[in-house]
Design a protein around this ligand. Structure first.
Ligand SMILES: C[S@@+](CC[C@H](N)C(=O)[O-])C[C@H]1O[C@@H](n2cnc3c(N)ncnc32)[C@H](O)[C@@H]1O
Length: 274
Protein backbone atom coordinates (compact mmCIF):
# COMPACT_ATOMS: atom_id res chain seq x y z
CA UNK A 1 0.00 0.00 0.00
CA UNK A 2 1.47 3.38 -0.98
CA UNK A 3 1.80 6.26 1.43
CA UNK A 4 -0.40 9.33 0.97
CA UNK A 5 2.03 12.28 0.93
CA UNK A 6 1.41 15.52 2.78
CA UNK A 7 2.37 18.70 0.91
CA UNK A 8 3.81 21.68 2.74
CA UNK A 9 0.63 23.82 2.54
CA UNK A 10 -1.42 20.82 3.74
CA UNK A 11 1.00 20.32 6.62
CA UNK A 12 0.91 24.00 7.66
CA UNK A 13 -2.85 24.14 7.58
CA UNK A 14 -3.35 20.87 9.52
CA UNK A 15 -0.76 21.67 12.15
CA UNK A 16 -2.43 25.04 12.82
CA UNK A 17 -5.80 23.35 13.37
CA UNK A 18 -4.18 20.79 15.68
CA UNK A 19 -2.34 23.45 17.67
CA UNK A 20 -5.50 25.49 18.03
CA UNK A 21 -7.52 22.56 19.28
CA UNK A 22 -5.06 20.54 21.42
CA UNK A 23 -2.00 22.76 21.86
CA UNK A 24 0.23 20.03 20.41
CA UNK A 25 2.66 21.75 18.04
CA UNK A 26 4.25 19.94 15.10
CA UNK A 27 7.29 22.05 14.19
CA UNK A 28 8.81 22.07 10.69
CA UNK A 29 10.88 18.97 11.41
CA UNK A 30 7.74 16.91 12.14
CA UNK A 31 6.02 17.04 8.76
CA UNK A 32 6.67 13.37 8.04
CA UNK A 33 5.80 12.30 11.56
CA UNK A 34 2.37 13.90 11.11
CA UNK A 35 2.05 12.32 7.67
CA UNK A 36 2.71 8.87 9.08
CA UNK A 37 0.55 9.28 12.20
CA UNK A 38 -2.46 10.25 10.09
CA UNK A 39 -2.25 7.61 7.33
CA UNK A 40 -4.81 5.27 8.86
CA UNK A 41 -7.18 8.15 9.62
CA UNK A 42 -7.18 9.16 5.95
CA UNK A 43 -7.86 5.59 4.85
CA UNK A 44 -10.53 5.06 7.47
CA UNK A 45 -12.38 8.15 6.27
CA UNK A 46 -11.69 7.48 2.57
CA UNK A 47 -9.79 10.71 2.06
CA UNK A 48 -7.41 10.55 -0.88
CA UNK A 49 -5.42 13.64 0.08
CA UNK A 50 -4.54 15.54 3.25
CA UNK A 51 -6.50 18.50 1.87
CA UNK A 52 -9.61 16.28 1.72
CA UNK A 53 -8.94 15.12 5.29
CA UNK A 54 -8.63 18.77 6.39
CA UNK A 55 -12.05 19.44 4.88
CA UNK A 56 -13.44 16.34 6.64
CA UNK A 57 -12.22 17.76 9.96
CA UNK A 58 -14.00 21.05 9.40
CA UNK A 59 -17.21 20.11 7.58
CA UNK A 60 -18.14 16.47 8.20
CA UNK A 61 -21.12 15.84 10.50
CA UNK A 62 -18.80 13.29 12.17
CA UNK A 63 -15.95 15.78 12.67
CA UNK A 64 -16.14 15.80 16.48
CA UNK A 65 -15.77 12.00 16.59
CA UNK A 66 -12.80 12.33 14.27
CA UNK A 67 -11.16 14.95 16.50
CA UNK A 68 -11.62 12.52 19.42
CA UNK A 69 -9.78 9.86 17.38
CA UNK A 70 -7.04 12.39 16.65
CA UNK A 71 -6.66 13.13 20.35
CA UNK A 72 -5.52 9.52 20.78
CA UNK A 73 -3.45 9.33 17.59
CA UNK A 74 -1.52 12.58 17.97
CA UNK A 75 -0.40 12.40 21.56
CA UNK A 76 2.79 10.86 22.87
CA UNK A 77 1.71 8.67 25.77
CA UNK A 78 5.15 7.68 27.06
CA UNK A 79 5.02 7.27 30.86
CA UNK A 80 5.98 4.85 33.62
CA UNK A 81 5.51 4.29 37.35
CA UNK A 82 7.75 6.31 39.72
CA UNK A 83 8.89 8.62 36.91
CA UNK A 84 10.87 11.66 38.14
CA UNK A 85 10.61 10.36 41.67
CA UNK A 86 12.03 13.38 43.53
CA UNK A 87 8.90 15.46 42.89
CA UNK A 88 6.69 12.62 44.07
CA UNK A 89 8.72 12.57 47.28
CA UNK A 90 8.04 16.30 47.74
CA UNK A 91 4.31 15.60 47.60
CA UNK A 92 4.56 12.64 50.00
CA UNK A 93 6.59 14.68 52.52
CA UNK A 94 5.86 18.44 52.34
CA UNK A 95 2.51 18.06 50.61
CA UNK A 96 1.27 15.66 53.28
CA UNK A 97 2.77 17.77 56.12
CA UNK A 98 0.83 20.80 54.94
CA UNK A 99 -2.38 18.81 54.43
CA UNK A 100 -2.14 17.43 57.97
CA UNK A 101 -1.59 20.93 59.39
CA UNK A 102 -4.54 22.32 57.41
CA UNK A 103 -7.26 19.90 58.48
CA UNK A 104 -6.13 16.61 57.01
CA UNK A 105 -7.37 16.59 53.41
CA UNK A 106 -5.09 16.29 50.36
CA UNK A 107 -6.40 17.00 46.85
CA UNK A 108 -4.15 16.07 43.92
CA UNK A 109 -4.72 16.41 40.17
CA UNK A 110 -2.60 14.49 37.67
CA UNK A 111 -3.66 16.62 34.72
CA UNK A 112 -2.10 14.75 31.77
CA UNK A 113 -1.96 11.28 33.22
CA UNK A 114 -1.68 9.34 29.96
CA UNK A 115 -2.23 5.63 30.74
CA UNK A 116 -2.42 6.18 34.52
CA UNK A 117 1.03 5.30 35.85
CA UNK A 118 1.52 8.77 37.42
CA UNK A 119 -1.69 8.97 39.50
CA UNK A 120 -1.40 5.30 40.54
CA UNK A 121 2.16 5.98 41.70
CA UNK A 122 0.90 8.90 43.79
CA UNK A 123 -1.80 6.68 45.31
CA UNK A 124 0.72 3.91 46.09
CA UNK A 125 3.18 6.29 47.71
CA UNK A 126 0.51 7.89 49.90
CA UNK A 127 -0.84 4.48 50.90
CA UNK A 128 2.63 3.21 51.64
CA UNK A 129 3.58 6.30 53.65
CA UNK A 130 0.61 5.62 56.02
CA UNK A 131 0.62 9.27 57.08
CA UNK A 132 -2.75 10.25 55.69
CA UNK A 133 -5.77 7.93 55.46
CA UNK A 134 -6.90 7.16 51.88
CA UNK A 135 -10.39 8.50 52.57
CA UNK A 136 -8.83 11.92 53.18
CA UNK A 137 -7.07 11.88 49.81
CA UNK A 138 -8.61 12.84 46.46
CA UNK A 139 -6.63 11.95 43.35
CA UNK A 140 -8.14 13.15 40.09
CA UNK A 141 -6.47 12.09 36.87
CA UNK A 142 -7.22 13.37 33.39
CA UNK A 143 -5.95 13.24 29.84
CA UNK A 144 -6.91 14.31 26.35
CA UNK A 145 -6.64 10.85 24.82
CA UNK A 146 -9.70 8.59 25.21
CA UNK A 147 -7.57 5.53 24.41
CA UNK A 148 -4.99 6.32 27.08
CA UNK A 149 -7.77 6.84 29.63
CA UNK A 150 -9.35 3.51 28.75
CA UNK A 151 -6.06 1.80 29.47
CA UNK A 152 -5.68 3.75 32.71
CA UNK A 153 -9.12 2.64 33.90
CA UNK A 154 -8.30 -0.98 33.08
CA UNK A 155 -5.19 -0.78 35.27
CA UNK A 156 -3.25 -3.52 33.47
CA UNK A 157 0.47 -2.93 32.81
CA UNK A 158 3.43 -4.68 31.21
CA UNK A 159 7.15 -4.66 31.89
CA UNK A 160 8.07 -1.28 30.38
CA UNK A 161 5.82 0.57 32.80
CA UNK A 162 7.82 -0.88 35.72
CA UNK A 163 11.29 0.28 34.65
CA UNK A 164 11.66 2.54 37.73
CA UNK A 165 9.42 0.69 40.18
CA UNK A 166 11.00 -0.66 43.37
CA UNK A 167 10.37 -4.46 43.39
CA UNK A 168 8.79 -4.31 46.86
CA UNK A 169 6.15 -1.89 45.50
CA UNK A 170 5.35 -4.32 42.68
CA UNK A 171 4.94 -7.12 45.22
CA UNK A 172 2.71 -5.01 47.47
CA UNK A 173 0.49 -3.14 45.05
CA UNK A 174 0.13 -5.31 41.92
CA UNK A 175 -1.40 -8.68 41.07
CA UNK A 176 0.34 -10.75 38.35
CA UNK A 177 -1.91 -11.70 35.46
CA UNK A 178 -0.73 -13.49 32.30
CA UNK A 179 1.93 -11.27 30.68
CA UNK A 180 1.65 -8.35 33.10
CA UNK A 181 0.12 -7.00 36.30
CA UNK A 182 -3.13 -5.47 37.47
CA UNK A 183 -2.90 -2.59 39.89
CA UNK A 184 -4.37 -3.57 43.29
CA UNK A 185 -7.95 -2.54 44.05
CA UNK A 186 -6.97 -0.43 47.07
CA UNK A 187 -4.81 1.72 44.74
CA UNK A 188 -7.36 1.80 41.94
CA UNK A 189 -10.12 2.95 44.29
CA UNK A 190 -8.13 6.10 45.11
CA UNK A 191 -8.01 7.47 41.55
CA UNK A 192 -10.85 9.02 39.58
CA UNK A 193 -10.25 9.37 35.81
CA UNK A 194 -11.88 11.86 33.48
CA UNK A 195 -11.21 13.51 30.14
CA UNK A 196 -10.19 17.13 29.77
CA UNK A 197 -8.44 19.31 27.21
CA UNK A 198 -6.00 21.50 29.15
CA UNK A 199 -6.57 24.31 26.63
CA UNK A 200 -10.12 24.63 27.92
CA UNK A 201 -9.60 27.15 30.75
CA UNK A 202 -13.25 27.02 31.80
CA UNK A 203 -13.11 23.23 32.19
CA UNK A 204 -9.82 23.51 34.10
CA UNK A 205 -11.33 26.01 36.55
CA UNK A 206 -14.35 23.68 36.89
CA UNK A 207 -12.22 20.78 38.14
CA UNK A 208 -12.11 22.42 41.58
CA UNK A 209 -9.35 23.53 43.93
CA UNK A 210 -6.32 21.31 44.57
CA UNK A 211 -3.30 21.25 46.83
CA UNK A 212 -1.09 19.92 44.04
CA UNK A 213 -1.25 19.68 40.26
CA UNK A 214 1.04 17.44 38.21
CA UNK A 215 1.44 18.50 34.57
CA UNK A 216 4.60 16.66 33.61
CA UNK A 217 6.04 16.06 30.16
CA UNK A 218 3.18 17.76 28.35
CA UNK A 219 4.23 21.40 27.98
CA UNK A 220 7.18 20.31 25.82
CA UNK A 221 4.65 19.55 23.06
CA UNK A 222 3.19 23.09 23.26
CA UNK A 223 4.59 26.42 22.05
CA UNK A 224 5.36 29.16 24.62
CA UNK A 225 2.05 31.09 24.39
CA UNK A 226 0.13 27.83 24.87
CA UNK A 227 2.34 26.81 27.80
CA UNK A 228 1.55 30.15 29.45
CA UNK A 229 -2.16 29.77 28.77
CA UNK A 230 -2.22 26.33 30.43
CA UNK A 231 -0.18 27.16 33.54
CA UNK A 232 -2.11 30.42 34.07
CA UNK A 233 -5.36 28.45 33.88
CA UNK A 234 -4.06 26.08 36.58
CA UNK A 235 -3.95 29.03 38.99
CA UNK A 236 -7.76 28.77 39.18
CA UNK A 237 -7.49 25.11 40.23
CA UNK A 238 -4.76 25.49 42.89
CA UNK A 239 -5.06 26.83 46.42
CA UNK A 240 -2.69 29.70 47.28
CA UNK A 241 0.66 28.06 48.05
CA UNK A 242 -0.40 24.91 46.16
CA UNK A 243 2.23 22.83 44.34
CA UNK A 244 2.68 22.75 40.56
CA UNK A 245 4.93 19.95 39.31
CA UNK A 246 6.21 20.10 35.72
CA UNK A 247 8.55 17.74 33.85
CA UNK A 248 12.35 17.99 34.13
CA UNK A 249 12.66 19.54 30.68
CA UNK A 250 9.89 22.09 31.28
CA UNK A 251 10.38 25.53 32.79
CA UNK A 252 7.97 28.43 33.25
CA UNK A 253 10.45 30.72 35.01
CA UNK A 254 10.10 33.64 32.61
CA UNK A 255 6.64 32.79 31.36
CA UNK A 256 4.28 33.77 34.16
CA UNK A 257 4.39 35.56 37.49
CA UNK A 258 1.64 33.53 39.15
CA UNK A 259 4.07 31.00 40.67
CA UNK A 260 7.23 31.03 42.78
CA UNK A 261 9.85 28.48 41.72
CA UNK A 262 11.30 26.21 44.40
CA UNK A 263 14.70 24.75 43.57
CA UNK A 264 16.14 22.07 45.85
CA UNK A 265 19.10 19.75 45.33
CA UNK A 266 16.76 17.04 44.00
CA UNK A 267 13.69 18.68 42.53
CA UNK A 268 12.33 21.80 40.90
CA UNK A 269 8.68 22.71 41.31
CA UNK A 270 6.43 25.77 41.64
CA UNK A 271 4.08 27.15 44.25
CA UNK A 272 1.06 29.25 43.46
CA UNK A 273 1.64 32.75 44.79
CA UNK A 274 -0.56 33.75 47.71
C1 LIG B 1 4.18 12.04 27.63
S1 LIG B 1 2.62 11.90 28.38
C2 LIG B 1 3.01 12.37 30.05
C3 LIG B 1 2.40 11.43 31.09
C4 LIG B 1 2.80 11.71 32.52
N1 LIG B 1 2.37 13.02 32.95
C5 LIG B 1 4.28 11.52 32.73
O1 LIG B 1 5.00 12.52 32.94
O2 LIG B 1 4.76 10.40 32.70
C6 LIG B 1 1.81 13.38 27.73
C7 LIG B 1 0.29 13.31 27.82
O3 LIG B 1 -0.23 14.63 27.60
C8 LIG B 1 -1.50 14.48 27.01
N2 LIG B 1 -1.91 15.74 26.36
C9 LIG B 1 -1.40 16.33 25.26
N3 LIG B 1 -2.08 17.44 24.97
C10 LIG B 1 -3.05 17.57 25.90
C11 LIG B 1 -4.09 18.51 26.13
N4 LIG B 1 -4.28 19.56 25.32
N5 LIG B 1 -4.90 18.33 27.19
C12 LIG B 1 -4.73 17.25 28.02
N6 LIG B 1 -3.76 16.33 27.86
C13 LIG B 1 -2.93 16.48 26.81
C14 LIG B 1 -1.28 13.35 26.02
O4 LIG B 1 -2.51 12.73 25.64
C15 LIG B 1 -0.34 12.41 26.78
O5 LIG B 1 -1.03 11.36 27.38
Amino acid sequence: MSTIAISEPEFLSLRDSIRERFGIFYDDTKQFLLQSRLQTRLLKNRCETFAAYGRYLTTSPKREEEWDELASVLSNNETYFFRERAQLDVLASEGVDEALRAGGRLRVWSSACSTGEEPYTIAMMLLDGKRIPPHNVTIRASDLSPRALEKARTGFYRELSFRATPPEMVAKYFKPFQTGFFVADEVKRMVEFFRINLLDAKAVAGVGIHDAIFCRNVLIYFDKPTQKRVVDAFAAALRPGGFLFLGHAESIMRLTDLYDPVITAKAIYYRRKT
